[in-house]
Ligand binder design. Sequence first.
Ligand code: FRU
Length: 496
Amino acid sequence: MNRYTEPKYRTINDAKENELDQLQAKSTSSTWKPAYHIHPGYGLMNDPNGLAYFNGEFHVFYQWYPFGPTHGMKHWAHVKSTDLIDWKRLPTAIVPVEDYESHGAYSGASIEVDGELYLYYTGNIKYSAEERSANQCLAIMDKDGAIRKYEQNPIIEGVPEGYTGHVRDPKVFKKNDTYYMLLGAQRSNLTGAIIVYESSNARDWSFKGELDLDLNLPDTCYMLECPDYFELNGQDVLVVSPQGLEPEEHAYQNLYNVIYVHGELDIENLTFKVESHHELDKGFDFYAPQTFEGKNKERLLFGWAGMGEMDYPSDKEGWAHCLTIPREVDVLDGRLIQKPAKELKKLRTEPAKGEFSLSQGTTEIGAGSDQYELELSLESIEAEIFGLRLFSSETEGLVLEFNRSEQTVTLNRENFAETFGGEYGFERSSKLEIGESVDLQIFVDRSIVEIFINGGETVFTSRVFPLEKSTGIEVFADRKMMGSFINHSLIAENLL
Ligand code: FRU
């Protein structure tokens, strides 16, 4: 069958003279570009890929289309760091020039094998705008950082019977001397599934079958993307990005959503006994996260702070999206707890500290910075409705509002000159147990905010594109509330 052509399917090797420099120059002056969040120099970033602590360094790869804020020919871009703080850009890791990856090197994960880092990815193939197939591929990074494509690619050609061309995003792990690969898939009846391959050497793979995952997702779920799996404190956790879920009261409010599933995996028998599943992040912009093992065997997570099928204000500057900060995850009573990775403390400089006591109204607790970490504790709360406004000025503000009688928390990003994504609503909410105190840890980095509530039980990741003057931080309450805060300004000039 003939392959599909469209201008957006070209690689950086086809860039015209000076084209890449011009793309870089266009986006450099942006005031929205994050400093300490991994973001593209130009073009569009999406999923984190191949995450690893390998040979003494952290490696983050990500989906990247160089030529604009469009989902076009995806490459694997590459950054590395020794401390999760200072990132250095490296040459593009995977440029899809081969027939088996003719329409992009799609997402995947990595695992260390015999002292080398195996990077698994999906070679995307398109026959027309609608028809596609997929090959699973391997690239290998050696100890010196040299990356080569495996000469016997693809390691899995095409898709197994019973599935459409939507089979992608390999996650490989090892159990009892066998390597297993999880893949997100779509059944021929257009419902989502996870399928499994196995291998004794991480290079030769055979199809094992479909994972029996009793999630009870509605039939509207047409695809499961980006499966991730890990074992923590003796418990199994599967993270997956289902597409096609309908919004429920406080869940699945984005076009695409992410869930984690807690239970027991018996990979030999292809079963995952589900004990519970929950949404992973409650914000507007979060998708396709991946986890990996850090320096001290802790479980770290990066997510894509973005959403598909949506225009963002930075598009006009020629770049789109960023990743979340690295988060350390833990499992407590079946709940996934997310905390900012400890390494981020190194970014802290002179803190501003303060206390406040409100009877009714609003008080300002900071202004002037667009890169900070705010630790805020709200105490002796008698108020029914209380919360805070970030990125605040006379005309703008991101509002996080707690409602005690409803036991909910809501994030509203309607009040900005640059609104976006309104077709999916301007509010996201979550149930939350609200007593007399609430703890918050908030990371702001120009156009991204990550809000960790009560020790990371509930997290909201969101993009906002404020005016430069909108830097105020205000606290409000309809009755009595006291509190204290520490505002750390964070100094970083990463990845310009
Ligand atoms: C998720 C996703 C993956 C795919 C990649 C392509 O955002 O759709 O399933 O591999 O993006 O960029």
